[in-house]
Design a protein around this ligand. Sequence first.
Ligand code: UD1
Ligand code: MG
Length: 461
Amino acid sequence: MPTSELHIVILAAGKGTRMRSSLPKVMHEVAGTPLLGHVLDTAISLQPAAIHVVVGHGREQITERFSHASINWVEQTEQLGTGHAVQQALPGVPDDADVLVLYGDVPLISVATLTPLIEACDSFPLALLTASLTNPSGLGRITRDDSNEVTGIVEHKDASAAQLAINEINTGFLCAHAKALRGWLDKIDNNNAQGEYYLTDIVAAAHAAGEPIAAHQPQNNDEIIGINSRQQLSEVERLYQTHQANHLMASGVTLIDPARIDVRGSVSAGQDSIIDVNCVFVGDVKIGSNVQIGPNCVIRDSEIGDHCIIHPNTVIEQAVLGQRVNAGPFARLRPGTELEDEVRIGNFVETKNAKFAKGSKANHLTYVGDASVGEKTNIGAGVITCNYDGANKHQTTIGENVFVGSDCQLVAPVVIGDGATIGAGSTITSDVAPGQLAISRSRQREIDGWQRPVKPAPRDK
Ligand code: UD1
Ligand code: MG
């Protein structure tokens, strides 16, 4: 465990000109979460004493979006460089703390990579995260002396030809003792190709002061990719999704095509579940074992029990499904849907705030909202619970073993007793007692001598 209090500084003041967007760069999303949100999640899981986020461009939008989080917002009114940005946060950091610098536009950095970097600060006043890249173009290069000690960082635009040949680059991530960092930052200037106060100049300052400098490498070079353009945004999205797909497969799930699944949140799944192509999972989704999910399903914040079959093109939101439930194709399970074991919901069925007890069915073209359906009840094709009177919602209660014939309207509030039967085409406006047959349709008539109209014969011209 690190000995000093950890303070995390996240740089997020830049404009992101190359995104060509009115949205601040760190508000662009990977997997449905703003870039800064990913970095904050990682920062929070490191359990720091405080998180300081340096904002400038689009400050209001950013602070409003993350107003729920416990963050010390620091304003950098002019973007004078990364060194200047860190300096703005230091008044909120005690001298004896360790400072970890993260970037709002580098979302894939992991706790596994950052932990050894932070631990290095127990023995070193400055620890850098560096990486060796085959194409280091544009990035700061790490300079070392004959004994391989880090001596400094030179920015691409300031580098000599010999320095440009160096493959070890500065990822930007570093951890430093707060008091020492303050001292080094006080010494830097902006006499360089970009006229900026470079954070990277603290490395030469530390070396000049005779301080040893640690250099760690990330678990995976994908973690250090920063986003400057929409193309990089899409590349990082794919990397993130590949990681999610690999994680699911490692836990025993078959993905028909790991390149065609999108996870925008977290999904857990039991063994031997199979997910077909183009499924999107949003929020917190829990899938049991031996579940089959057909192509083109969207599932958000839901639980799906063992052995369920979700047929193609089904949308499930905030719903809980027991075991051996069948849903779809083309079903829409809306928030508040609870399906007990062995329920069947078929094509073009919409449910909302609806509880279906074990073995009940609504197989075709139905709307069931604000309702409870008893065990083994069958809801016929085209049935509608009329739950809304234009102002208020009302409840429909349907008992066990009820048979609701096709094309009925159940006008809520209404209670259908156990074992009742509703004749097809009925509009039910009052309660039906258990075991009764209720029919509200008009009697069929046959009209003698009725003739179908005919078109008049065309007149001669
Ligand atoms: C920086 C490093 C470089 C490293 C690279 C890795 C410096 C001087 N250089 O270069 O060595 O290889 O990152 O990607 O640090 N920011 C602010 N305020 C500012 C300036 C920047 O908040 O005044 C933020 C930006 O929004 C961005 C981050 O700091 O998130 C990095 O700034 P950027 O200008 O992209 O630095 P690079 O030139 O990429
Ligand atoms: Mg950059």
